[in-house]
Ligand binder design. Structure first.
Ligand SMILES: [Zn+2]
Length: 450
């Protein structure tokens, strides 16, 4: 008996000694050392020759002649150019399929919409967008699945369904609809209408309950929607203020879809911090945005290239073509003023559905407005990362470090380009110019190996 007790005790003791070793082994740190590259850290125009050491999902060290810890994966960058992963600040992954904005109006169910969204997420990731801000659409579940590592795709900051008044830019219902009748897009919560302070508060709380990172408000008429000329203002001050207040209580912010002065000024008065589009603003309102540090989210390609030939967009009605032409006529002037007053700018493609594969054309188009490649890239990296962080400690799904920048402690979202986009911004376009794509410290693509 005594011997068997002793044996049992020795066995238990040996288990106690081994267990921590096993546990440690399971959580072993992983390292990647990148060498032989020119690094653009996104903070200025210069490139530096430097190594980068990644530990797990963050940048551990950044400097010359870094030592590789044992077991590290070593990537010889063969003189390629490193930039942070790109960030698209205005996507709509849930507005997809053949009818884009109107998908979900009865032809397809939420399952098909989700499958299309997954495809679009990966089309964006393969273009080098390691993060997206999805800004109207019920991508809340997709965002959560990516965050929990259950689905391949870019990091997603989702607004959830945008706030739209009845007849506003997010009302994709049929014309022949009764006042309290719900419609298909609303039932998927892809686009939703809410009227009055009580309803918008309820919807804001629903969005934040499901993990929304910020709020998106449809504040003026829009091009893709059917019932709202561009000139109209769609929410009262009290309604906008109520959405902003719930967002502030969640330590985050609200942004608006808007084109003209009255919607934009009312929204800024109500505490909104970011404006999408804004192409029909006056010089005075552009200056106000600069003075009050309001962010401008720019869609250069859609407004100045696609809307130049709006009749070619397959699902646009004659009225939508007319509105698109209005935007096209205002866009270049507004962008000139935004440059003049140095408004804080981020880029968001707004190129959804059939345009998703071409989202990077929203980056290259900015050279037409007179920006240098490094400034354009900042709109899609450093500046974008700062706006993503505006979701605050409570609602930012990624709080371990900054994004859109190469520095110690930042997330390891890294691209190595064969031809440098800092020399010629058009080098961002071919996906095969991206030789290495790392997201969250994981190598998703590496063509340098062979
Ligand atoms: Zn949009």
């Amino acid at each position: 008996m005594a011997t068997s007790l002793k044996t049992t005790l020795l066995y238990l003791l040996s288990l106690l000694l081994i267990l921590p070793v096993l546990a440690q082994d399971e959580q072993k740190d992983t390292y990647i050392l990148i060498t032989q590259v020119q690094v653009w850290d996104a903070k200025g125009k210069d490139l530096v020759k430097s190594d980068i050491l990644i530990k797990n999902n963050l940048i551990e060290a950044f400097g010359k002649n870094l030592k590789a810890p044992e077991g590290a994966t070593i990537i010889n960058g063969k003189n390629g150019t490193v930039t942070p992963g790109l960030i698209d600040m205005h996507t709509h992954i849930m507005l997809n399929g053949p009818k884009a904005f109107y998908t979900g109006q009865g032809d397809y169910g939420p399952f098909a919409i989700g499958a299309w969204a997954y495809q679009d997420m990966n089309l964006l990731l393969d273009q080098g967008f390691t993060s997206i801000r999805d800004i109207a659409g019920n991508s809340l579940g997709m965002a959560k699945a990516v965050q929990n590592d259950l689905m391949r795709g870019p990091r997603i900051w989702s607004s959830g369904p945008a706030f739209s008044s009845t007849g506003g830019h997010g009302d994709a219902g049929v014309w022949n609809q009764l006042p309290n009748e719900n419609n298909q897009p609303n039932m998927t919560m892809n686009l939703a209408t809410a009227d009055g302070v009580d309803e918008v508060i309820k919807m804001a709380r629903w969005n934040y309950r499901h993990g929304a990172a910020f709020a998106k408000i449809m504040a003026s008429g829009g091009v893709a929607s059917e019932f709202d000329p561009l000139e109209i203002t769609e929410y009262t001050y009290d309604e906008m203020r109520a959405i902003v207040k719930i967002s502030e209580d969640n330590r985050t912010y609200a942004t608006i879809h808007a084109y003209h002065d009255s919607a934009i000024n009312r929204a800024i008065d109500a505490g909104v911090k970011c404006v999408e589009h804004g192409f029909l603003m006056s010089e005075q309102t552009v200056k106000r945005m600069a003075d009050e540090n309001i962010v401008l989210s720019l869609q250069g390609y859609v407004s100045t290239v696609q809307f130049a030939e709006a009749s070619q967009i397959p699902w646009f009605s004659p009225e939508q073509v007319r509105k698109a032409t209005q935007v096209y006529e205002g866009a270049k002037q507004m962008i000139e003023w935004a440059k003049k007053y140095q408004v804080f700018i981020v880029s968001g493609s707004d190129m959804f559905a059939e345009n998703t594969p071409n989202a990077k054309m929203n980056i290259t188009v900015e050279k037409e407005f007179g920006w240098e490649p490094w400034e354009i890239l900042q709109h899609n990296t450093l500046n974008a990362g700062k706006v993503l962080a505006m979701s605050g400690p409570a609602r930012n799904p990624y709080r371990e470090g900054p994004l859109g920048v190469i520095e110690v402690g930042a997330y390891a979202d890294i691209l190595i380009w064969e031809k440098s986009p800092l020399e010629d911004i058009d080098n961002v376009l071919p996906n095969d110019n991206i030789q290495v794509l790392i997201k969250d410290g994981e190598i998703l693509k590496n063509t340098l190996e062979d």
